[in-house]
Ligand binder design. Structure first.
Ligand code: DC
Length: 227
């Protein structure tokens, strides 16, 4: 039995994060939501009115923020902390959805977060999901997954998810935001979202959540128990 890195990239709303979380739980691995890290940076930049065009301000703001992951035993889930404050709803608000693609396209921001993510992976036994995890953060990961699904299905999933968090949302607004983010994430200069060399593509449009998890578990177990 060996410890591996499971890297997962894909579009928003493909069920990537919930699938990654479930796979990590089943394997007793750490789960790292790299999108939540970019969301924390966005929260911090909005709160401190950081001017993205001002490199000095961006550097200072990045040096001021500490992002940590913690496993909350009581809730049986991992949580992300920004400067020691647990972040949940405050990084899922529409204002964050609107700003996060632009802020995460900034090369200074990406450089800093990629280093943090690579450090988290040094001990293996980790599942990390995002947009550049297979291509940039862990190109040598033992298991690389690329998740896709059709836009209407993804919009419905995001709509249900956001509503469940008691955040008021409009379906068409969500769909437009996802389409805009797909465009920004796939066309940006620095580490655009794309299927990495050696990644396995899973289209989740017509898969149940359990089917998605089972597929990845099958690949993972083959690698973990390979002699
Ligand atoms: O997965 P998510 O929707 O929470 O991600 C939020 C944004 O962060 C997404 O629009 C693109 C960006 N992101 C990124 O650029 N690289 C990653 N590894 C993860 C997320």
């Amino acid at each position: 039995m060996r410890g591996i890195i499971i890297a997962m990239d894909g579009y928003a709303g493909t069920g990537k994060s919930s699938t990654a979380k479930e796979v990590a739980k089943a394997l007793k691995y750490r789960y790292i939501d790299s999108g939540a890290m970019y969301r924390c940076v966005t929260r911090h930049f909005i709160d401190h009115q950081v001017d993205l065009e001002n490199e000095g301000q961006v550097e200072v703001a990045l040096n001021q923020l500490v992002i940590k992951f913690n496993f909350n035993e009581a809730l049986n889930q991992s949580e992300i902390l920004l400067n020691d404050r647990v972040m949940d709803k405050e990084i899922r608000l529409p204002e964050i959805n609107e700003a996060v693609s632009k802020i995460s396209a900034n090369p200074i921001v990406r450089k800093k977060l990629v280093v943090m993510q690579q450090q988290l992976g040094t001990q293996k036994d980790i599942v990390m999901d995002g947009r550049d995890i297979c291509t940039v953060v862990f190109p040598e990961a033992e298991l690389k997954i690329f998740m896709s699904a059709n836009l209407d299905i993804r919009s419905q999933r995001r709509f249900d998810e956001t509503k469940a968090k008691n955040i008021k949302v409009d379906f068409e607004e969500i769909k437009q935001n996802l389409a805009d983010r797909d465009h920004l994430d796939t066309t940006r200069q620095d580490s655009p979202l794309m299927k990495a060399k050696g990644a396995i593509e899973i289209d989740t449009s017509y898969l149940t959540f359990q089917e998605q998890v089972d597929k990845i578990m099958e690949y993972a177990n083959q690698l973990i128990y390979a002699s």
